[in-house]
Write a protein that binds this ligand. Structure first.
Ligand SMILES: Nc1nc2c(ncn2[C@@H]2O[C@H](COP(=O)(O)OP(=O)(O)OP(=O)(O)O)[C@@H](O)[C@H]2O)c(=O)[nH]1
Ligand SMILES: [Mg+2]
Ligand SMILES: [Zn+2]
Length: 334
């Protein structure tokens, strides 16, 4: 467009007559193309953008240097410049990352307390455990639940391999907590799961071999996620090596992630967990400053809150305090 056709623009920004001085100082990212990061693999991102005809196009991109240390993860809303055609051997640059609505974060392990973001903007965390093979780890499940609350995701428990054993014990253990639980078996339909995932962005998390990718393949017929052999679990073998987002046939997205052995919570405080439950958070306003909200904190106002209400309150408080035991932990492995 001829800039003279817009008198105001010419007067306000006279430098536009020159040869792009504005672009040099502050890149004109207004023209950058919006996209959604659907996969990250060794520094290369796959970003979904709307193509010229509106159909989705997958573009390979890398981070622009100006992003500094700011990492890009699956689920990030980004803007791209450069070649966004999505054709083979083209590469675009990610120049901005939008503020994240939710963040699933974990600290790696005792030797590395760095916290890292696993996935951004997912609404739901599906914590996956097999009923058997591999054995469930309640400590691990609790830490995942805490991470969901701390990151703003709503958690769901998913017990797989119901054909190998009974999920009753696990279901009973979590009945007091305000968390949905679903069971899937090799030969039963996955409609219960599909219903819970419909229309939202969900991320699967769990130990290697629990059946995350198997489930994704059942939910998304053309996913073709590689699935593995449980006997290799624990020997450093993971079948899935990076996170990938897939569209669900009924709307919404599912993110498959590589199996993890541990879930560190070095970055989480008791108040982060509390903030996710408005009733408990309200009651805790009467706590003394610095209250840890644990059973051994004598002046914790949550005890009075539980005593003043129906028995369900005491159950909720007990469940909350079980989760609190996971808070601030790095890695306790299985
Ligand atoms: N019996 C039984 N086996 C299952 C079920 N779901 C998955 N499996 C088996 O469990 C093994 C591991 O499944 P995957 O889907 O690769 O596990 P994953 O969680 O994606 O593992 P990683 O990618 O390593 O994290 C495969 O041999 C599956 O066939 C189930 O419901 N019942
Ligand atoms: Mg997998
Ligand atoms: Zn308290």
């Amino acid at each position: 467009m001829d800039s003279r056709s817009d008198e105001d623009d010419v007067r306000v920004r006279p430098t536009r007559h020159g040869s792009r001085p504005r672009t040099r100082q502050r890149p004109a990212h207004e023209e950058a193309v919006p996209g959604l990061v659907v996969a990250v693999d060794r520094g290369r991102m796959t970003v979904r953008v709307a193509g010229p005809d509106g159909a989705p196009v997958h573009v390979t991109a890398m981070r622009a240097r100006e992003l500094g240390k700011h990492g890009v993860v699956v689920g990030d809303d980004v803007r791209l410049v450069g070649d966004v055609s999505g054709q083979t051997d083209t590469l675009a640059r990610i120049v901005t990352i939008a503020d994240r609505r939710t963040t699933l974060r974990r600290s790696a392990d005792d030797s590395d307390p760095t916290e890292r973001v696993v996935v951004a903007n997912a609404e739901q965390l599906v914590v996956v455990s097999a009923v058997k093979d591999p054995e469930p780890s309640v400590g691990f499940l609790n830490r995942c639940l805490v991470a969901a609350y701390a990151g703003g995701l709503s958690p769901v428990l998913l017990f797989t391999k119901g054909d190998l054993g009974s999920p009753a014990g696990l279901l009973r253990r979590y009945a007091g907590l305000d968390v949905d639980a679903v069971v899937v078996s090799r030969d039963s339909p996955v409609t219960d799961v599909a219903d819970r995932l419909a229309g939202r962005m969900s991320v699967l998390i769990g130990h290697s071999g629990v059946g995350k990718s198997t489930l994704v393949n059942r939910l998304v017929p053309d996913a073709y996620r590689a699935t593995g052999d449980v006997s290799k679990v624990g020997k450093g073998r993971h079948t899935s090596s990076s996170a990938v987002m897939l569209d669900l046939p009924g709307g919404g997205q599912i993110i498959d992630t590589p199996g993890i052995r541990s879930f560190g919570l070095a970055h989480v405080t008791a108040d982060d967990v509390l903030a996710a439950s408005s009733d408990l958070a309200d009651a805790a306003l009467d706590c003394p400053p610095g209250c840890g909200h644990r059973a051994e904190d004598p002046e914790c106002a949550l005890d009075a809150w539980a005593a003043a209400g129906p028995p369900a309150r005491a159950e909720r408080l007990a469940g909350f305090r079980v989760l609190l035991e996971a808070v601030g932990q790095l890695d306790t492995g299985h």
